[in-house]
Ligand binder design. Structure first.
Ligand code: MG
Length: 233
């Protein structure tokens, strides 16, 4: 690796357990529907179906996140699996919106990795999402002070994997792409995006997922301790 001047982090499922918070929020949100209606599917099945519905809307929207995807999915889910009306689905959506932030948590290796990275380079956050939701997460978990640059797709006007959000971040940091590393869990948004933009791309593969053939991370680690070891060389 050329001398490293900057290290960029993805947020969701890299520094914070966003999926865990969404799932815990969904469990709270679906309690009323499961109690009141004869729902045949297990919570795990409902959660998988709902997440697939949200994912399809997210892809249809060109990878742009909108919290209203969750409302739409909740209506469809409860119509198709519980014969519940939209009023109940909307209450579930409100309950979800209220619940998931309470379940936000850092991964156990996050703070140590941020501190170690700070000793090597300037730090940035590059995250896809709305300003409101991503800033809520950063403030709730006290992460804002760790970064020299915070790039949130809605604020920047570009979403990973597009090069513009990486370029925006590098300009803010005052470094060249060849002097920067980006780490994230998403092979398309983080690894493909960073690599194409000329950064060193590190894939954080916490769940031992099979890698896509077309995506070639420069390095792969299974947790953030792996990043710390990589920085030590
Ligand atoms: Mg992520």
């Amino acid at each position: 690796m050329q001398r490293l001047e900057a290290i960029c982090f993805d947020l969701d499922d890299t520094l914070i357990d966003a999926s865990g918070a969404w799932l815990a929020g969904l469990a709270e949100a679906l309690t009323e529907a499961i109690e009141r209606y004869p729902v045949l599917a297990t919570f795990e099945d409902l959660a998988a179906i709902q997440q697939q519905m949200v994912y399809e809307q997210f892809i249809a929207a060109g990878g742009e996140w909108d919290p209203q995807h969750v409302r739409t999915s909740m209506r469809r889910l409860l119509r198709e699996h519980a014969e519940a009306d939209d009023a109940l689905a909307d209450r579930a959506f409100e309950a979800y919106t209220d619940a998931w932030p309470r379940h936000l948590a850092l991964f156990p290796d996050t703070l140590e990795a941020l501190d170690a990275a700070r000793r090597h380079a300037r730090l940035a956050l590059i995250t896809n999402g709305t300003s409101a939701e991503q800033r809520l997460k950063l403030e709730t978990l006290g992460l804002l002070d760790h970064f020299d640059v915070v790039a949130i797709s809605e604020e920047v006007g570009a979403i990973k994997p597009h090069g513009a959000i990486f370029e925006h971040t590098l300009t803010g940091l005052g470094v060249r792409a060849s002097e920067a590393l980006h780490i994230g869990d998403n092979q398309h948004a983080d690894v493909h995006g960073a690599r194409t933009a000329g950064l060193t791309a590190v894939w954080l593969n916490r769940h031992a997922t099979a890698g896509h053939e077309a995506v070639n991370p420069h390095h792969e680690v299974t947790d953030l301790h792996g990043l710390v070891r990589l920085l030590r060389g």
